[in-house]
Design a protein around this ligand. Structure first.
Ligand SMILES: *[C@@H]1O[C@H](CO)[C@@H](O)[C@H](O)[C@H]1NC(C)=O
Ligand SMILES: *[C@@H]1O[C@H](CO)[C@@H](O)[C@H](O)[C@H]1NC(C)=O
Ligand SMILES: *[C@@H]1O[C@H](CO)[C@@H](O)[C@H](O)[C@H]1NC(C)=O
Ligand SMILES: *[C@@H]1O[C@H](CO)[C@@H](O)[C@H](O)[C@H]1NC(C)=O
Length: 438
């Protein structure tokens, strides 16, 4: 499945992570330690005696982040992490669907001309992820999460033994265990910087720096003085992303070439992410995780949109790999320079986490068609019709979301995020060098 260059990139990631973490968990401790969590590194999966993790997926890596004794989590990001900010920021979006459609039409008119152009836009409605079937696996229905249920960020909070992080825009919420600042569609670059590259930001202007301004304003609103605040962040986890996916998405759908993106955007985006890291560290952050990107062009919405065209999936795979490699380089530099020896910045290997999910989904017999879609019967559609996507009237979720990887073509199901989280909590735990003891 993975090409040898992908494999060597993965080896490089693992190697980089070991460098960052001083390899103190190269050998997972034995499982005989009483009530300690069962560690599943996923690394021995493909050994002949493997399949340990698959068989034990429900019991492995449970409560691992609890050992890190985190008291707060601050999450930044886009639709992968948004738990209800965009729907509060933009309660009605007449153009939510249509803007995606028209961007596709502008650039890929040859594919979608007859499908989307000329369709009525309709009256103002709440964004699709504020309506069922989004959130169908929550007792109270939709929350603004772009899935049927919980996201990665929720699984991290649960694993750390903390309440789920409330969205920053939820007035009067209890932020004592952290805040989620992520906004679906958010970009790493501010909208002005994107505009200077002739790229518009159609969903939100609440980019990474805006989210940091919110955090700063929030910290300053607290009664404590600055020193006490910093001390309070000693055991806080800062999840800075993933970021960049929306920038690349907008650029690609607005006609930028991969070459242009790699040369002009990637360095700017990595710089923006690293200055965000410096900013949170200057505010007192000690534990920072910087997730990389997974290969969005392996997701159904891109496979369907670009079906029959140039080999967009491979190309985007390269873009994610390129972005991640630059990010890892910047993280290593940051840690080596030890500008802040008390702060540790760990690379979050979402690329491998997604690959682990793909591997798992094959072995577990999960369905690759989207759960919430209305596609035709052709294999390449993955049950996805770009004119009638999840959230459109009459498009319902599937009977068993647990059996699907993809929720709506781009965003994953709760089950998929659960599996990725199983992989990631182990990597975060080892990266932060949390003690394997209570
Ligand atoms: C994924 O979710 C975001 C909102 O959270 C939405 O903007 C995007 O359209 C979704 N993707 C698809 C293919 O529906
Ligand atoms: C910006 O995009 C518009 C239309 O997409 C194009 O006409 C214009 O030449 C572009 N400008 C630059 C500086 O690339
Ligand atoms: C972002 O800000 C610009 C300038 O104020 C505005 O024209 C644009 O509509 C905003 N975009 C969104 C999605 O709010
Ligand atoms: C996924 O499976 C391939 C073999 O098919 C293996 O080489 C790769 O390491 C696996 N990836 C992960 C993250 O487990």
């Amino acid at each position: 499945m993975a090409s040898s260059s992908t494999k060597s990139m993965i080896a490089l990631f693992v190697f980089s992570l070991l460098l960052i973490s001083n390899a103190s968990f190269a050998e997972p401790p034995s499982y005989s330690s009483g009530d300690l969590p069962r560690l599943c590194s996923f690394d021995d999966l493909y050994k002949p005696e493997g399949y340990q993790v698959f068989r034990h997926i429900d019991t492995c890596n449970v409560g691992l982040l609890k050992l890190c004794k985190l008291n707060q989590i601050y999450q930044f990001g886009d639709s992968i992490s948004d738990v209800g900010n965009l729907i509060r920021e933009t309660p009605a979006t007449p153009l939510a669907r249509a803007s995606i459609g028209s961007l596709l039409t502008d650039y890929y008119g040859f594919i979608l001309d007859n499908l989307i152009r000329g369709k009525p836009v309709g009256a103002a409605t709440p964004p699709p992820y504020a309506r069922l079937p989004y959130g169908s696996d929550f007792p109270k229905g939709p929350t603004g999460r772009a899935s049927n249920g919980n996201l990665l960020t929720d699984f991290y909070a649960m694993d750390a033994g903390l309440p789920l992080l409330p969205p920053f825009k939820k007035y009067g919420a209890d932020f004592s265990h952290g805040v989620n600042f992520a906004v679906a569609g958010s970009t790493a670059l501010p909208w002005e910087a994107l505009a200077a590259l002739n790229i518009s930001s159609p969903i939100t202007n609440s980019s990474l720096s805006v989210q940091l301004d919110w955090m700063s304003a929030y910290f300053h609103s607290l009664p404590n003085n600055m020193n006490q605040r910093s001390a309070g962040l000693e055991n806080a986890l800062f999840m800075m992303g993933p970021f960049g996916g929306s920038d690349y998405h907008h650029a690609l759908f607005q006609g930028k070439s991969i070459h242009e993106i790699e040369t002009t955007m990637v360095p700017k985006i990595v710089d923006a992410i690293m200055s965000a890291v410096r900013r949170v560290v200057s505010m007192g952050a000690k534990k920072v995780v910087l997730p990389g990107l997974y290969t969005i062009f392996r997701l159904p919405v891109y496979r369907t949109a670009f079906y029959g065209n140039f080999n967009m999936w491979e190309v985007n795979n390269d873009l994610a790999i390129h972005h991640n490699a630059q990010l890892i380089k910047a993280i290593n530099k940051f840690n080596q320079e030890a500008e802040n020896p008390n702060a540790v910045v760990v690379y979050g290997d979402y690329f491998s986490a997604y690959e682990a999910l793909e591997n798992y989904s094959v072995d577990a017999g999960m369905d690759l068609n989207v759960c919430c879609g209305s596609g035709g019967t052709e294999d390449w559609r993955y049950n996805l019709d770009l004119t009638r996507m999840c959230g459109t009237d009459g498009v319902s979720g599937c009977a068993e979301p647990k059996k699907h990887v993809s929720w709506d073509g781009e965003n994953l199901t709760e089950e998929a995020y659960r599996i990725m989280a199983k992989y990631m909590v182990y990597r975060i735990f080892t990266g932060l060098q949390c003690p394997y003891s209570y």
